[in-house]
Design a protein around this ligand. Structure first.
Ligand SMILES: [Cu+2]
Length: 160
């Protein structure tokens, strides 16, 4: 009976997990990372950010940093106090609240001269399902469910 309970739990996990792992981690600038010479508005323009997604700023520690600013700070490249900077080189910012978010680099003139700044709009929830989206997710989920079915089969054999 104990092994049956485990199988039930695994089956529930297999069904529930895909729906909670669809948040996206966005590597700002993709392979360029957070640096000079990348147009972050071009990078952002074809993306839709949702609450629960994360921004990941990758850069060489000490060469750049990340400040969250407001619209004025963004347009005029006003650098906040240095203790507000993110400086790890791999700064992960969870998008918790819908609305506009502004980020700039506070090193040298990176913001003013090189345009090292990013503005995004965070949407409140996942998009309403459309037939296109459903079919895309369907493929992902069926692949995942195939994997879980294989795991369950192995588990059943081990416990038999
Ligand atoms: Cu910089």
């Amino acid at each position: 009976m104990a092994s049956n309970n485990l199988l039930v739990i695994l089956a529930i996990v297999a069904v529930v997990l895909p729906s909670v792992t669809m948040a996206t981690d966005y590597w700002v600038g993709d392979s360029n990372g957070w640096t000079n010479g990348t147009d972050y508005q071009t990078w952002a323009q074809d993306k839709v950010f949702y609450v629960g997604d994360k921004l990941v700023f990758n850069y060489t520690m000490g060469k750049h940093n990340v400040f969250k600013v407001n619209a004025t700070g963004f347009s005029q490249c006003i650098i906040p106090p240095s203790n507000e900077a993110l400086t790890s080189g791999h700064d992960i910012i969870p998008l918790m609240v819908p609305g506009k978010k502004w980020y700039i680099c506070g090193v040298g003139q990176h913001c003013a001269q090189f345009g090292q700044k990013l503005v995004i709009n965070v949407e409140s929830g996942a998009p309403a399902p459309t037939p296109t989206k459903n079919s895309a997710h369907g493929i992902l989920i069926s692949g995942y469910q195939f994997f879980m079915a294989a795991v369950l089969a192995v588990a059943a054999m081990v416990m038999a």
